[in-house]
Design a binder for this molecule. Structure first.
Ligand code: NAD
Length: 435
């Protein structure tokens, strides 16, 4: 099948590459000319494990193409996927301007039947809005389908090639058959494809992300309470998670969730509720608890030192989670902001996410060449991302570099006895402080 993907970010590029891998001819469209030029030369614009190999393989097989020209791609494809940004507007609602602009362009440019598949995360009712915009531009037949994306950054290729389920919101049999054909390589191997109406499909994505945000946040509150009463959250987590109604995943406490999805999707669902005079109490609490959780360790660092003026803080990890270069809503940024406000100096290490942070805050902090260089003369270390390379560090080397042997660990990287054996002060989340 010939397929166009509009928007080549984390979702669009991975979806496009996956659909090419499954044998389709895929035309990826983006307005970012530099990005498109780079991709034509085989440069992957994002960091995502295992993407480059699949990307290059499909370019060489002539199944993956890049262009800034929507019309050119549209004319070649019956199916158009929208993988466009839906960032939070000022009131928290999802900004649909990117999606509706492209819907308008499609309406103006199309010359025959098209299926417009929305992969962006959008509020209930967006399929109707897209339909209305296209209808205002053309009399030609078309269908709009909601097909939310559930991939996780850092595992995007794995998730895209092995989805747990495919959700399709669609009220036309013709479009339904086309979607079934596209996903037939998955359904053939037992992956369920769940057809529903567009509104339920749109809400499924928000409900899934919000539920995960609540689960993480619930565990963070349990962790904070553990510290007060002398319980150990790692033990509580194991005890809880062994119940298969609960499961072990998403029970790891830390310094809050970030990224491009959970914060914005929770906000957007709260706002959508407000539009219906409906208060999502659990989501409002989740957002408030998470905002506080993100900087909980910087508050502890301040308490520890009394005054942060002139203190040198080493920061391991800038990405919002491991295995991605994405720093959108990353906890590291909230901590950097607060530390700088308090007069501290920050030296960070994160080779993968560093370039993105430089683009946002430039030289307000220093960037170290390796994880140990970040520790030179540091008053303490703050760990903000669970990169695997931090899991088993050389504690003697760390001690030799640091002014004080002090670690504030926002990702519970070490069993308590390890920093203890090396004589470190060690404060993590929901566990005893070693001092
Ligand atoms: P992104 O910001 O990484 O990429 C969006 C791309 O769209 C950019 O390359 C941008 O240049 C391009 N673009 C903007 N306007 C355009 C236009 N008019 N024509 C062509 N291209 C245009 O975004 P993303 O992270 O891939 O997210 C896309 C959507 O998918 C969002 O709604 C998001 O909520 C959702 N989603 C994201 C993830 C994730 O993990 N990132 C997971 C599931 C769903």
């Amino acid at each position: 099948m010939n397929i166009t993907i509009v928007g080549t970010g984390y979702v669009g590029l991975v979806t496009g590459t996956t659909l090419a891998e499954l044998g389709n001819s895929v035309y990826c469209v983006d307005i970012d000319e530099k990005k498109v030029e780079g991709m034509k030369k085989g440069i992957v614009p994002i960091y995502e494990p295992n993407l480059e190999e699949m990307f290059l393989r499909n370019i060489h097989a002539n199944r993956l193409h890049f262009t800034t020209n929507l019309k050119e791609a549209l004319d070649k494809s019956e199916v158009i996927y929208l993988a466009l940004p839906t960032p939070p507007g000022e009131d928290g609602s999802a900004d649909l301007s990117y999606v509706l602009k492209v819907a308008n362009d499609i309406g103006e440019m199309m010359t025959e039947y098209k299926v417009v598949v929305n992969k962006s995360t959008v509020p209930v009712g967006t399929a109707d809005k897209v339909t209305a915009v296209i209808t205002s531009k053309t009399d030609l037949p078309f269908d709009v389908v909601s097909n939310p994306e559930f991939l996780r950054e850092g595992f995007a290729v794995e998730d895209s090639m092995n989805p747990a389920r495919v959700v399709v919101g669609c009220s036309s049999d013709k479009a339904k058959n086309i979607m079934a054909q596209i996903y037939q390589p998955f359904t053939n191997t037992g992956v369920p494809i769940i057809f529903m109406d567009e509104k339920s499909s749109e809400l499924t994505k928000y409900a899934a992300n919000s539920f995960l945000a609540v689960k993480i946040t619930f565990m963070n509150e349990i962790a904070n309470y553990c510290e007060l009463v002398g319980a150990d959250v790692d033990k509580v987590r194991l005890g809880m998670g062994s119940d298969d109604r609960i499961g072990h995943r998403f029970l790891f406490p830390g310094i809050g969730y970030g990224g491009s999805c959970f914060p914005k999707d929770v906000k957007a669902l709260i706002k959508s509720g407000q539009d219906e005079n409906f208060k999502f109490q659990i989501l409002e609490s989740t957002e408030a608890v998470n905002n506080a959780q993100k900087v909980i360790l910087t508050k502890d660092i301040e308490k520890y030192f009394n005054d942060l003026k002139g203190k040198k803080i080493a920061l391991w990890g800038l990405a919002f989670k491991a295995n991605t270069d994405d720093i959108r809503e990353a906890s590291s940024l909230d901590n950097i902001k607060l530390l700088l406000e308090k007069g501290a100096k920050v030296t960070a290490y994160d080779k993968i996410a560093e370039a993105n942070v430089r683009n946002v805050i430039g030289d307000q902090i220093e960037y170290a060449e390796d994880m140990y260089a970040a520790l030179e003369e540091a008053d303490c270390l703050l760990i903000a991302t669970e990169w695997p390379e931090f899991k088993n560090p050389n504690f003697d080397l760390m001690a030799s570099k640091m002014k004080n042997k002090i670690i504030f660990d926002g990702r519970n990287m070490f069993p308590l006895e390890v920093p203890e054996q090396h004589g470190f002060f060690y404060k993590s989340i929901g566990r005893k402080t070693i001092n």
